[in-house]
Design a protein around this ligand. Structure first.
Ligand code: HEC
Length: 136
């Protein structure tokens, strides 16, 4: 028979093992959740996942800029549309530094940072490059 004292020690150890197992189980569960987020409803996570992604510009465009700049925008505020060669040719001549500054500050109907407040300047630059590439 176990003594009362070793029974207490045993229960103590088992609860530790159980606690560890549960924290591992729930922790790994949360991690898979985070890895599958692909929506601007969690913009900080979404943008963070794009670090080092060669298609970051395209993905940011689709999540944030497309609403106004898509070929068929959901909000028609007369933004220059992607693929509109004429509209973007003029703007391309302005140069990347100016285009980035305008995007960061916002202009008329366009909010600051094109609405992607979580995007850093480099990510916005990549997105503008994507728009220009698709509009040649
Ligand atoms: C709510 C609508 C809206 C969203 C969202 C938006 N834009 Fe715009 N954007 C505009 C409008 C409108 C203009 C044209 C402004 C003007 O010249 O009258 C514009 C113009 C621009 C221009 C050209 C600036 C110039 O000199 O005319 C760039 C570059 C640009 N947007 C980049 C972006 C990027 C990158 C995003 C996403 C991160 C974005 N925009 C999101 C509305 C939007």
């Amino acid at each position: 028979m176990l003594s009362k004292r070793s029974a207490i020690v045993l229960i103590f150890l088992l609860s530790g093992v159980l606690g560890f197992a549960m924290s591992w189980y729930f922790h790994s569960d949360t991690r898979t959740d985070v890895q599958t987020i692909e929506t601007f409803h969690y913009p900080a996570l979404f943008v963070n996942q794009l670090r080092g992604d060669s298609r970051a510009g395209e993905k940011i465009f689709k999540e944030f800029c497309g609403a106004c700049h898509a070929k068929q925008p959901t909000i028609d505020v007369r933004a220059p549309r992607i693929g509109d060669k004429q509209a973007w040719q003029v703007r391309q001549q302005v140069g990347m530094a100016s285009l980035l500054k305008i995007t960061v500050d916002g202009v008329r109907a366009m909010p600051a940072r094109g609405g992607c407040f979580e995007c850093n300047d480099q990510q916005l630059r990549e997105t503008i490059k994507y728009i220009l590439k698709k509009s040649q």
